[in-house]
Design a protein around this ligand. Structure first.
Ligand code: SF4
Ligand code: SF4
Length: 372
């Protein structure tokens, strides 16, 4: 990781934090920070990705602006996080996608939608594209299963490899000083911290984040949960449908009470509520601890996820009508854009944050063994 204005500003801040230690119980960042006296840019990348952006330390700090020290860790860490996404992106050249990320992601979405819609207009007969189809295999009469599975499989596989490579680059850069190996209990702790979004809980106060202002609430944590588990339910729905089709020969569309439809409906509704709610929190929050330059990428990911959820739910509602063909095109286009964008947009934060949580769990184990 290279030194930048953001890493230098954060380094000045945490030198003061290390002497002050008032926020020690707020999150994993402060205990990790207090293990050291001097910080490299790699340490800044690690601490920035460990930060959950709860704003707690900004509102608690007696040295935040307009104080001359100008300590604003949520803002400084958010800027470093985006720089770290570009630094660790795989393949290397793709890091440039994080500059003006909002515009890049929305352009990608528009291009993917246009590509799928145009391809279907040109290649699919009108009777299939604009007809009211029903019965097993109706979707595949519009677009063959093999074409659908190939596009989705190849793009998703590439993106998963790219995300794993980014996590590997991050780990190599930030965890080389670890003296302990990764244990099963450290992995379990990191998984639990990520699954419960522990550090959006307000640390020792337990009151949640400073979502909108200096008051505490669990709104952002709950919305993030609804979005995250909604996404997992949709993924489970697609996986179950693929298994039913491939191994049992039961072709979509499925009945309203079938497992893929129930999982997909709950997941889609959850994703939509989570996206809309988180966009509202971003609009309504106190702008002082916010890094304005990174907001575009945040909004773009939420809009992309909302588009996937909305087109999926509309497709479910109108699958037996003549609108099915174009809704299928819009849904597949939005899914294609999302899959392509996974390693080059805000989604990468989940992978790098989990990796940072894993390092923190390994460090905590080391401390409990040495008693420090
Ligand atoms: S953010 Fe402010 S109050 Fe909190 S530890 Fe740092 S200097 Fe102290
Ligand atoms: S914003 Fe929250 S999570 Fe980030 S360093 Fe401050 S207290 Fe910790």
């Amino acid at each position: 990781m290279h030194a930048t204005e953001a890493t230098q500003a954060a380094q000045r801040s945490i030198d003061i934090c290390n002497a002050c230690r008032y926020c020690e119980g707020y999150c994993a960042v402060f205990p990790a920070m207090m293990l050291q006296r001097a910080f490299t840019t790699e340490d800044m990348s690690y601490l920035a990705n460990l930060c959950h952006n709860c704003n707690g330390c900004y509102h608690a700090c007696q040295f935040s602006p307009p104080h001359a020290y100008g300590i604003n860790l949520p803002q400084q860490f958010a800027e470093i996080r985006v720089e770290s996404y570009a630094e660790y992106a795989w393949p290397k050249g793709m890091g440039s996608a994080f500059a003006r990320n909002g515009r890049a992601m929305l352009t990608l979405t528009a291009a993917a939608l246009a590509f799928v819609v145009l391809a279907m207009l040109l290649l699919v007969p009108n009777a299939a594209l604009f007809g009211a189809l029903s019965g097993a295999g109706a979707f595949y009469r519009v677009i063959p299963w093999g074409v659908m599975a190939s596009f989705a499989g190849v793009t998703l596989l590439f993106s998963l490899v790219a995300l794993l490579m980014a996590a590997r680059n991050f780990w190599r850069d930030t965890a080389s000083s670890l003296t302990r190996t990764i244990s099963f209990s450290a992995i379990r702790t990191a998984l639990s911290d990520a699954a419960t979004l522990r550090y959006l809980g307000g640390g020792h106060t337990g009151g949640g984040c400073n979502d909108l202002d200096a008051s505490f609430s669990h709104t952002r944590r709950k919305l993030h949960h609804v979005l995250m588990y909604g996404f997992f339910l949709c993924f489970a729905s697609t996986s179950v449908a693929t298994l039913m089709d491939h191994f049992l020969g039961w072709q979509a569309p499925y009945s309203w009470y079938s497992l893929p439809v129930v999982l997909g409906s709950l997941g889609g509704i959850g994703m939509l509520i989570g996206c809309v709610g988180l966009i509202w929190v971003k609009i309504a929050t106190d702008p002082a601890p916010v890094a304005r330059a990174v907001l575009g990428g945040d909004y773009a990911l939420l809009l992309m996820l909302a588009l996937v959820a909305k087109t999926g739910l509309l497709l479910l509602l109108f699958r037996a009508t003549p609108a099915m063909g174009m809704l299928l095109a819009l849904h597949l286009g939005s899914v294609l854009a999302l899959f392509l964008a996974l390693p080059y947009g805000k989604f990468i934060h989940g992978i790098l944050r989990f990796t940072a949580l894993l390092k923190a769990a390994v460090e905590r184990e080391g401390r409990s063994v040495t008693g420090s």
